[in-house]
Design a protein around this ligand. Structure first.
Ligand code: HEM
Length: 531
C-alpha cells in the first residue's frame, strides 16, 4: 500500500509563515484604524492613530500633559491620541463627560491596575458605577464637616511642627530647603494623622521617611504600567516576587505601602483582648470611622480587602496631590515677588498670632492667598493629564460628535487650564484673575471656572477637596505668617524649566510636572527668615 507523504514544514517555514501572517495582520489592522475605524475622521499624529504604544511611552516619560497641549495647539480641540481614544480641550466637553450623573460613561480600564495589588478596588479605582456609589456613601462620614472639624487640630499640629523644623536659628536667612522633599513628607504626615491616627514625624525624623518617600515612585510606576495595552495580564503579577525583581524599587515601595495600610487595618479592626473585640471610642481618624460600617442604602459591607485597599488609597490620594500643590504654590510665590508680598501682607494683617490661624472667617477672608492657591492649581493641577472615561452601550454625543460604545474620552487639565479661551495670558501667574475687580468681571471669573477642575468633576470628583483646600490654606498661612521666603541664591532655578529641557519645558518660571497621579517634581529650593 502506498503511503501518502505529507511534507512536514521546517522550523524556518513556520517562522517565515508566522511572520508573514503577523505582517498581514498589522497591515489589515493599520488600514482599518486609519480608514474604517469609527474614530478615523478625527485628526491626530499618524503614530497615535495606529497604536497605543506612543501613549505608553509618553506616560513612562511623564510627558503626557505636555504632548496633549502641543497636540491640541496643532490639531484643534479634538485629537485622536490612541486608536480608540480622543482627547478634548473644551469646557463643553469637560462638562459633558465628567459633569452629569447621567453621562453615559464610566471610568476606564486604566484605573484597574492602580491599587488592585492591595486586594480590591478602592473608591478611586472602582469602575462599576453602582459599586462606586456604595463605596462613596460608606466613606462620606469620614469627610463630613464634623470629621473635618475634629481632625483640624491634627492637621495644624503637623503643620506647626513643619514650620518649627524650617525655623532659622538666627535672624538672617536660614538653611536651604528643597521644598519638594519637605512637603512630600509634610503631606504624608498629615495623612498619617488623619487616616490612621499615627504620628509619622517623617519631616523631623529620618528613620520614618521610607514610607513617605515611597508614595510618588510607586504612583509613577503604576501610572505607566496602567497604560500597558495588556495591563490586565500584569495585574495578577503585581504582588509577586517576580514583579519585585522585574520592577525593582517602585514595586518594593508599593508593597511597603500596601503592607503598612493593611497592618493599620489589622490593628484597628481586631484589637482582641481576652477574646473580646475592643474598640477605641476616642479615635477620630478616618479608619476608625469606616472600619465597622458599610453602605446603609444597599447593605453593602466592606471586606477586609476593601478596607486595606481603601486605606491605601486614602493615604496615597490624600498625601501626594496636596504635597505637589503646596510645593507648586511656594514655587510660584517664590518666583513672583509681587504675589508673595501681597499674600504675606494679607496673612499678617488678618492674624495677630500664629495660634489664631485655624479654619474660620479670618482664614476665609484671606482672598488673595486663596487666589494664589487657585492660580497654582490652574498652572499645576495635581493630575495634569487625562482621567479616562469609556463610553457605554448606546454611545454618547460630545461637542456635536456621536461616539460609539468603547471609545475612551478625556480632557487634560493641564491643556484646558492653559487655554487662552478661558485664561487670557495663560502662561503668567495671575492670582488677580480669580478676584472680581474693576478689570476682572464676575463673568470672566465664571467663564474661567467652567474650565477649571483640579479636583475632577461630578460623581467622581475628589471626595477630599474641602479637606485639601483647608490643608493648603492652613499650611500657606502658617508659613507666610512666620517667615519671609526667597529662592536660594545659589540654586534659584530648581523646579523650573530651562533651555536644555525637552520641548514644552523651556519656561524657567513654570513649575515642571512629570505626569502621574500626583506628579513628579523637584524644588523650589528656598530659604526662610523670621518675620
Ligand atoms: C490638592 C489636593 C488634591 C487634589 C488636587 C486631588 C485631586 C483629585 C482628582 C482630580 C480626583 C478625581 C480622579 C478621577 O476622576 O479619576 C480625585 C479623587 C479622589 N481623591 Fe483627591 N485630590 C486631592 C486631595 C485629596 C485628599 C486630601 C483626599 C483624602 C484624604 C483625597 C481623596 C480622593 C479620593 C478618595 C478620590 C476618589 C473619589 C471617587 O472616585 O469617588 N484627595 N482627587
Amino acid at each position: 500500500m502506498a503511503i501518502l507523504s505529507v511534507p512536514v514544514p521546517s522550523a524556518v517555514h513556520i517562522l517565515v509563515g508566522g511572520f508573514a501572517v503577523l505582517i498581514l495582520h498589522l497591515i489589515v489592522l493599520s488600514v482599518y484604524r486609519l480608514v474604517f475605524h469609527p474614530l478615523a475622521k478625527f485628526p491626530g499624529p499618524l503614530q497615535y492613530k495606529l497604536s497605543a504604544w506612543p501613549l505608553l511611552w509618553q506616560a513612562y516619560k511623564g510627558n503626557r500633559h505636555i504632548r496633549h497641549l502641543c497636540d491640541h495647539e496643532k490639531y484643534g480641540p479634538i485629537v485622536r491620541i490612541a486608536p480608540d481614544t480622543l482627547s478634548f480641550n473644551t469646557a463643553s466637553a469637560l462638562n459633558t463627560i465628567y459633569g452629569p450623573r447621567s453621562a453615559n460613561v464610566k471610568k476606564g480600564e486604566w484605573y484597574k491596575t492602580f491599587d488592585v495589588a492591595a486586594g480590591s478596588y478602592s473608591s478611586f479605582t472602582e469602575t462599576d458605577r453602582d459599586k462606586h456609589a456604595a463605596k462613596r456613601r460608606w466613606l462620606s462620614p469620614a469627610f463630613s464637616v464634623e470629621s473635618q472639624k475634629s481632625n483640624e487640630p491634627v492637621v495644624i499640629d503637623v503643620i506647626e511642627r513643619f514650620c518649627e523644623t524650617m525655623r532659622p536659628s538666627g535672624n538672617d536667612w536660614g538653611p536651604k530647603w528643597n521644598i519638594t522633599e519637605e512637603t512630600t513628607r509634610l503631606g504624608f504626615d498629615i495623612m498619617g494623622g488623619i487616616v490612621f491616627g499615627c504620628d509619622f514625624k517623617s519631616v523631623q525624623e529620618e528613620e520614618n521617611r521610607d514610607l513617605a518617600d515611597s508614595v510618588l515612585p510607586a504612583s509613577k510606576f503604576l501610572y505607566w504600567v496602567s497604560h500597558l495595552p495588556l495591563a490586565a495580564l500584569v495585574r495578577p503579577l503585581l504582588r509577586t516576587r517576580l514583579f519585585e525583581i522585574a520592577g525593582g524599587q517602585p514595586v518594593v515601595d508599593n508593597n511597603r505601602l500596601i503592607n503598612y495600610a493593611s497592618s493599620q487595618v489589622q490593628l484597628q479592626s481586631c484589637e482582641i483582648k481576652g477574646g473580646e473585640k475592643e474598640e477605641r471610642a476616642d479615635r477620630i481618624d478616618f479608619l476608625s470611622r469606616i472600619v465597622n460600617s458599610g453602605d446603609k442604602k444597599t447593605g453593602w459591607q466592606p471586606t477586609r480587602a476593601d478596607l486595606d485597599t481603601e486605606c491605601l488609597n486614602l493615604m496615597n490620594a490624600g498625601a501626594d496631590p496636596y504635597s505637589g500643590a503646596i510645593a507648586a504654590t511656594l514655587f510660584y510665590l517664590a518666583h513672583n515677588a509681587g504675589a508673595l508680598e501681597k499674600a504675606t501682607a494679607e496673612v499678617r494683617s488678618v492674624f495677630t498670632t500664629p495660634d489664631e490661624i485655624c479654619n474660620g472667617p479670618k482664614l476665609n477672608s484671606c482672598t488673595y492667598m486663596y487666589a494664589c492657591i487657585e492660580e497654582t492649581l490652574r498652572r499645576a493641577a495635581p493630575v495634569p493629564s487625562h482621567l479616562p472615561r469609556v463610553v457605554l452601550p448606546g454611545g454618547m454625543d460630545i461637542d456635536g460628535h456621536h461616539l460609539p460604545e468603547g471609545t475612551v474620552v478625556g480632557v487634560s487639565s493641564y491643556s484646558l487650564h492653559h487655554s487662552p479661551v478661558h485664561f487670557p495670558d495663560p502662561w503668567s501667574f495671575q492670582p488677580e484673575r480669580w478676584i472680581e475687580s474693576t478689570s476682572v468681571s464676575q463673568e470672566s471669573i465664571n467663564h474661567a471656572r467652567r474650565a477649571f477642575w483640579p479636583f475632577g468633576l461630578g460623581t467622581r470628583q475628589c471626595i477630599g477637596g474641602n479637606l485639601a483646600y483647608l490643608q493648603l490654606k492652613l499650611s500657606l498661612a502658617h508659613v507666610l505668617y512666620r517667615y519671609d521666603m526667597r529662592l536660594a541664591p545659589d540654586d534659584p532655578g530648581r523646579g523650573g524649566g530651562g533651555p536644555c529641557m525637552e520641548q514644552g519645558r523651556q519656561r524657567e518660571d513654570e513649575f515642571q510636572l512629570w505626569d502621574a497621579f500626583g506628579y513628579g517634581r523637584d524644588g523650589p529650593v528656598v530659604q526662610f527668615k523670621k518675620a
